[in-house]
Write a protein that binds this ligand. Structure first.
Ligand SMILES: [Fe+2]
Length: 218
């Protein structure tokens, strides 16, 4: 029984994320039982990655760290450069962190998605992904794809969308990593997230696993 992950996933349906106590090993085992597929967010990289604040100079090209360093990140979805971004992102912190993870929308039942302005649905972005670059909008069949680190606005509506998401930052919720062993499950197609500024906490370590759901089962 993949109980812990199933419970977390069910709990995330209300507001798009859920918090629990588990190990990443347990999350990986549960996901395998649910036939979820691990998604490496960097080509050729591992599905399980350790995220540490890095300066701009040492960051991966096209990553948010390359632009923002250890400072506050803008709201984004993970894997926005991929043709099929992960459905679920799980973050975990073995210890505690004084750098919160910001989450939007905070409205329950995902109402904010249905209420997105028209320009967000229609603005066209170039998704910068080397030889595999492509064009896309910030929503597709009700799913969000947004990362200002790799998405270049191509028209006025896309530029409006960038401003719209910037303005949402003031209404984001914050998850505090206040207890050791917490996991945070994020519905990556419905919720934007961001790391707050970590300039005061360069030793922060968060681990991340990303998945595609088993669509046949749902
Ligand atoms: Fe992220």
């Amino acid at each position: 029984m993949a109980r812990i992950l199933e419970d977390l996933f069910q709990a995330s349906r209300a507001q798009g994320w859920a918090v629990g106590q588990a190990t990443m090993a347990q999350m990986g085992l549960d996901a395998a039982m649910l036939k979820w597929t691990e998604v490496p967010t960097r080509r050729g990289g591992p599905a399980l990655s350790t995220l540490r604040p890095v300066d701009q100079a040492e960051a991966e090209p096209n990553s948010l760290s390359a632009r923002y360093g250890k400072g506050a990140q803008p709201l984004h979805t993970d894997g926005a450069h991929l043709p099929h971004p992960p459905d679920v992102v799980i973050l975990s912190c073995d210890t505690t962190s004084t750098t919160p993870t910001r989450l939007w929308p905070r409205n329950r039942y995902g109402r904010a998605i249905g209420g997105l302005p028209q320009f967000v649905h229609h603005g066209v972005f170039l998704i910068s992904s080397g030889n595999d670059s492509f064009f896309a909008t910030a929503t597709e069949r009700g799913h969000l794809r947004y990362d200002p680190g790799c998405m270049i606005p191509c028209d006025a509506r896309a530029r409006q969308s960038v401003r719209y998401f910037e303005e949402r930052e003031s209404s984001a919720s914050e998850h505090q990593w206040s207890e050791p062993g917490q996991v945070l499950l994020i519905d990556n197609r419905r919720v934007l997230h961001a790391r707050a500024s970590a300039t005061h906490e360069p030793e922060r370590e968060i681990r991340r696993l990303s998945f595609h759901l088993n669509r046949e089962a749902s």
